[in-house]
Each structure stands twice: as C-alpha cells, then as structure tokens.
Design a protein around this ligand. Sequence first.
Ligand code: GCO
Ligand code: MN
Ligand code: MN
Length: 391
Amino acid sequence: MSQRISQDAYTPRPEHHFTFGLWTVGNPGRDPFGEPVRPLLSPAHIVRRLAALGAYGVNLHDEDLVPRDATAAERDTVVREFKQVLADTGMKVPMATTNLFSDPAFRDGAFTSNDARVRAYALQKTMKAIDLGVELGATTYVLWVGREGVETNAAKDPRAALGWYRDAINFLCGYVLSQDYDLRFALEAKPNEPRGDIFLPTTGHMLAFIHTLDHPEMVGVNPEVAHERMAGLDFSHAVAQALDAGKLFHLDLNGQQPGRFDQDLRFGSDDPKGAFFLVKLLEDGRWPGMRHFDSHAYRTEDEDGVWSFAHGNMRTYLILKEKVERFNADPEIQRILAELGGRGEAGRVSFSPQQARSLRDRTFDLPAMRRQGYAYERLDQLTMELLLGVR
Ligand code: GCO
Ligand code: MN
Ligand code: MN
C-alpha cells in the first residue's frame, strides 16, 4: 500500500518542531516474546522519510547511528555521511543520548552498577556520545539511563546508588563545562521496566534530585507520558511542575494505558483527553521546546504502517492544538471559567503581620461557601463535546 498524505490544516511542517528518535520509527518490533517483524531501517532512510512527512528533526542514541564496536575511522565515515543527509534534508538533531542499557555489561545498571568499572565505562561511553551529539548540533542531552534500579533491595543500598548517580551527573556537567559545550541535561524518570524498581521513578523525584547536584542550573527533566501513566499519575501535572520550576528541558510524547507494560503508543491514541490537557499546557504556556515523539508503531505494522504511525503522532498533536484554540475561544466554556476566576478576585496571599491580623478578624459567609457548586460537570461535558467533535 503506498502512502497517501493529505494536505490540510493538520499537515505537519518543520516550524511545528516535531522530532522523533531514530530508535522509535526504526524499531523493528522486537518484544520479550517475539523476534523483530520489520527489517532495520538505515538512519539516512529514516531522516529522508521523516523530512518528507514534515518533521523538524531526529534524536539519537550513540548506537542508533554508530555501531557499538566501530573503529574511529568507521565512526567518522558514518557521521560524515549522516551530516550530509541532514544537510540535504534540512533536518536537525536537537537532542542526543547514550545507550546505557543494551550491552550486557550494563545488566546491573550503568551509573549505579555495583561494579565501579561499569560505572567508569558508562561515563566514558557518555562522554563520547556527548561529543557525537554536540558535533551533530544537539543542545539537549537526555539521560534515561535505563537500568538504574534493582529487583532485590538485598543487592544495593539505595543511598549509595543515589550517591553514585549524583557523582556521575556532576562529572558529566564538569565535562560539558570543561569542553565549553552549549548543552543542558534532561533527566528522564521511569518507575519500572527494564528493572523491577528504577531509582528516581517519577519526574517529581527527578526535580528534587536536581537540587542536590553541583550544577542544578545545567540539569532539567524530560518527562514521558507513558512513564508517568505507568506510575498511575497525571502527566500534565508532572509537566506543569517542571514548567513551574523552569526545568522542562525536553519532553517524550507517546501514549500508555495505566497498569501495563511500557507500551509507547502513538501520541494521543490511548488518552486523547489527557493529551489535550498536555497540549493545552504547552501551547498556552508557549513552551519553546521540541515536540518529541518517543513512541513506537504497533508490532503488527509493516514499513508503510510505521510511516502512517509517524504521521499520526504529529497530526493528532496539531488537531489537539486546534481544539485548544477552540476551547480558549468557546464563549460558554470561557463564561464558566471567568465566573470561577472571579471567585479568586482577592488574589494571592502573602504574609505580613498586618495581613495576618486582618485575616484573623475577617468574617466568612460560610453558609454561602457551603452551598455553592462549581459547575465542573457542565465544564467537563462542554470539553468532551468539543473533543468529540460536536461543538
Ligand atoms: C524507554 C525510554 C527510552 C528513552 C530513550 C532516550 O522507556 O525505553 O523512554 O525510549 O527515552 O532511551 O533516553
Ligand atoms: Mn519509555
Ligand atoms: Mn523516553
């Protein structure tokens, strides 16, 4: 079946800043129970196809581009050819990362392995991958280390592990500063998989950890829809907290049913309402970052299915973006929101002895406060009707 891409208001264009990991569309569909179902796609082919679909760029792990055991000369050839494809298509590499999970050496983690040689090797591999990312133009470096966790707490003192983790990130910040690179780190949390329990399992944990680092200003977060949903949490709240802290450096968009294995579904395909409120948060806040998809096509698909999947992620984002505009312009929704906003007219509290005194003396109309409703049922139904396309 050949691909037919419609041109309409939801057609992705580079200025929308959509990016994909090479590992996402390039995923051959291996799972713990079955072999790959699709041939491997070359990075050059992926870049050309994504460019034709209107993406802005690609992101990569070191090994997505340069085979793990390549010689220096082989590496240089691969990188030179890849840069040529980027130049030919205008595609960018805004983010890079390290594969610290596939090599059997990392079976007990990378930065938190009990073996100090493994921890050192992980740093060496990451420094080289940072050099590669910077050479390709990346300004964000994601650290989803992958196997930093345990199946049994008998194996590891979690405080020692956090100490090693902190040492590693401090070391890498020092490296970036010493090289004068324009690069910031984005830490990606995940509650479990591939380990039974992963350290720093949510975006909130990461945000707290960042403030214990030597260079907190260089480190932010890369929240992923699927990972917060695996933990049973509301994704837009995690993103809001990251925005509030000035720490939303990157974002992994996909879809996920709570309580399942890491599904990495097409963006918005599982929870369109949750996706809508995420897009609203990003668009209302004019967040300037990349809209990066860390999602995977169903294992049932052939290569054509992969490109429909890639297109679908971007298209759904743009459809939801238009829904946000409609929500913000909908007179009835806005009337309810204005009425709710009016209840907050006294503004925010801030302590002063005089404010405290006057608050102590204030009388409240408690019967009225106890009687009033909030009209959230109406508001939610209007939102649903808008999302379901009848409004
Ligand atoms: C996962 C992660 C990864 C990372 C990627 C970039 O669950 O496997 O989401 O896809 O995002 O390794 O660091
Ligand atoms: Mn993931
Ligand atoms: Mn991810």
